[in-house]
Design a protein around this ligand. Structure first.
Ligand SMILES: NC(=O)c1ccc[n+]([C@@H]2O[C@H](COP(=O)([O-])OP(=O)(O)OC[C@H]3O[C@@H](n4cnc5c(N)ncnc54)[C@H](OP(=O)(O)O)[C@@H]3O)[C@@H](O)[C@H]2O)c1
Length: 255
């Protein structure tokens, strides 16, 4: 039985992954931003829960502090919460919400939980949508379309995953970025792409396998593309170490 923290467990792939992990007998902490939805899922599964809006870094920090004070060890962190289309694409402090929720918040959460994640795993939700990061857009100076902001934020999480894994080496958890497969039938896909989408379980099964199966332990820092069902190179400048370091420096300054 593993202790597993999964973010964005109130809907879509995260909710179904939490349900399946629970049915397999694992010990879960579920995260959500909406208190009512979170309470409903926590009651359904009978598991611990924690609320935080990941578009607000103070809430992310508070979430990490609470987890550190309550739990001695976490085996797996699944950074699943994500946003594509939204009515308010800017945060209060002027950042694009896609970068904040999809890239910066999971970095802060992972970084702050490292002391209790030592020999565990981190599974970071990337996407097949990946596009070179525009640093002006990342720092809120330029606006992007929904798709471009999403694709850049997803390449950025893929880049910091690789960089953090390489920096920590054997002193940290195994960190893997994953495209769970394209157009799985969730709220995000229905609202963003106007299609009913494919079976969510395709994504659920790969998240569970990456979280638990021994075969993935030697792939820290890599990107798993579930559309092709193999480890693959990310798109664009996803392997550019200098750019990845710049992204991390930017996030560190921000937090
Ligand atoms: N579906 C796909 O085909 C696909 C493909 C590639 C990658 N992905 C990635 O897979 C992950 C799950 O996506 P999904 O398709 O399951 O989407 P979803 O159904 O929209 O679920 C997203 C989850 O993230 C939470 N969330 C969104 N904004 C948040 C915020 N500001 N603070 C905290 N939580 C927040 C949502 O909370 P609420 O329940 O309150 O809305 C929900 O629990 C995302 O990272 C997505 O980018 C999905």
């Amino acid at each position: 039985m593993k202790k597993i923290l999964i973010t964005g467990a109130t809907d879509g792939i995260g909710l179904e992954t939490a349900r399946k992990l629970k049915s397999l007998g694992h010990d879960l902490i579920i995260h959500g931003r909406n208190s009512d939805k979170l309470a409903r899922v926590a009651a359904e599964l009978g598991v611990d829960s924690i609320r935080a809006d990941l578009s607000n870094l103070s809430e992310v920090k508070e979430m990490a502090d609470t987890i550190l004070s309550k739990y001695k060890e976490i085996d797996v962190l699944i950074n699943n919460a994500g946003v594509f289309k939204t009515l308010n694409p800017r945060t209060e402090d002027g950042y694009d919400v896609r970068f904040m929720v999809n890239t910066f918040a999971p970095y802060l959460l992972t970084q702050n939980l490292l002391p209790i994640l030592k020999s565990g795993r981190v599974v970071n939700l990337s996407s097949a949508a990946q596009s070179s990061v525009n640093f002006d857009a990342m720092s809120g100076k330029t606006e992007l379309s929904d798709f471009e902001a999403y694709a850049q934020s997803k390449l950025a999480i893929t880049m910091w995953s690789r960089q953090m894994a390489n920096t920590l080496g054997n002193d940290g958890p195994v960190i893997i970025a994953v495209n769970p497969a394209s157009l799985l039938g969730t709220k995000m896909v229905k609202e963003g792409f106007n299609t009913s989408g494919n079976d969510i379980n395709i994504g659920v099964d790969i998240l569970i396998s990456l979280s638990l199966d021994a075969e993935h332990a030697s792939h820290s820092g890599e990107y798993y593309d579930n559309d092709s069902q193999r480890y693959a190179a990310p798109e664009a400048d996803g392997l550019d170490d200098e750019k990845a370091k710049k992204i991390i420096e930017f996030i560190k300054e921000l937090i």
